[in-house]
Design a protein around this ligand. Sequence first.
Ligand SMILES: *Cc1c(COP(=O)(O)O)cnc(C)c1O
Length: 422
Amino acid sequence: MSEPTWLVEGLDHIWLPYSQMKTAPRPAAAVKTNGVTIHMGDGRTLIDGVASWWTSAHGYNHPHILGAVREQLSVMPHVMLGGLAHEQPYRLASRLAAMTPGDLTRVFFTESGSVAVEVAMKIAMQYWRNKTGESRNKFVSFKGGYHGDTFATMAVCDPEEGMHSLFAGAVASQHVIDLPKDEEATSALDQLLAEHKDIAAILVEPLLQGAGGMRIYEPSTLRQMRKICSAHGVLLIFDEIFTGFGRTGAMFASEKAGVTPDIMTLGKALTGGVAPLAVTITSEEVYAEFHDDDATKALMHGPTFCGHALGCAAANASLDLFENEPRIAQALDIENQLRTSLSPLADLSGVEDVRILGAMGAVEMVSDFDVDKARADFIDMGLFVRPLGRVIYLTPALTIEAKDLRRLTDGVIEMARRLSAP
Ligand SMILES: *Cc1c(COP(=O)(O)O)cnc(C)c1O
């Protein structure tokens, strides 16, 4: 089957994400999507187990989102948010403020998750300057965490996963420590905050660390963190870019854990996978330190496409779907099905651990395997699944039907068996 010309010619010019271009296998051409199906250039169809880096919560080409974007496109694709107001971002800000927990009420728009985390970090640092004049430039984050690929966010990722060593000297040094899951780690965190008065905030992915390996931890850990932050007067930032919008089986992981942060970031599924958009949301209390007659207390940040009208139209339509369709119930159904089908894999000798939370199921193998070959084998099975290191995971659209999810879990079971065979 011959490849399309655009692919053959473009391969000499495109620089792909997370790829050693010399040795990376040739990517297969996708030409059309619908629901949880990706149609390939050679006529094959794949059931999508990844939802395009966890973004397409309602499946691809949802007519309600496409309709909203088309309508916005025909009226006004975008105008800048500096000096002009337009409906989509204003409406979206009100809706996000109403639906997020506690008094998270002030919404700042960016175009990517990494930048939303950078803005959260900038807000946390400036909060202290504005409030007390202190220069607090340090953050506490956790091993196994992932917060983005930009320079400030690399510094708060897991040091092994992030590019710390490669960019040693250029990336700020931050406190990346163990999650306070036991007494020892909890008192270590407490101690750290007691000794270092230059810490602006704790930054964490609540309940589920995604890109760092689909690791789950208990809500009680977040409650500990909240307690410690409040005791030391340090801000708590939840990076819900992966966990937001139903992935953990609640609208937000913070809601599931019953813990409200001072700042929250959202991205990925925000637009239902249709457009790049992210937000940083702060509490009234944090925002109040910026709201002043003094111009120097303002937040000096403004992406070119801040509050992009098409992205915000897609996000508003996505929120309609969360309101009008049973997405959370669907996520919980997915959780049940993942549990029933994948949990028995824990008995295989080659399997280290099976982890399931909401619409995320992960099977961690004991040893490394050829990830490129596994990805190609999944495609041969008619499935799109992309293991992360030793972790084979599924994060399908929340709308996936039981029979399609069954095909995905059957594929994962088959792969885990093959990889376990001596
Ligand atoms: C993906 C992700 C990011 C980075 O988002 P980008 O849009 O890729 O910049 C940050 N934090 C978490 C938890 C993520 O999953």
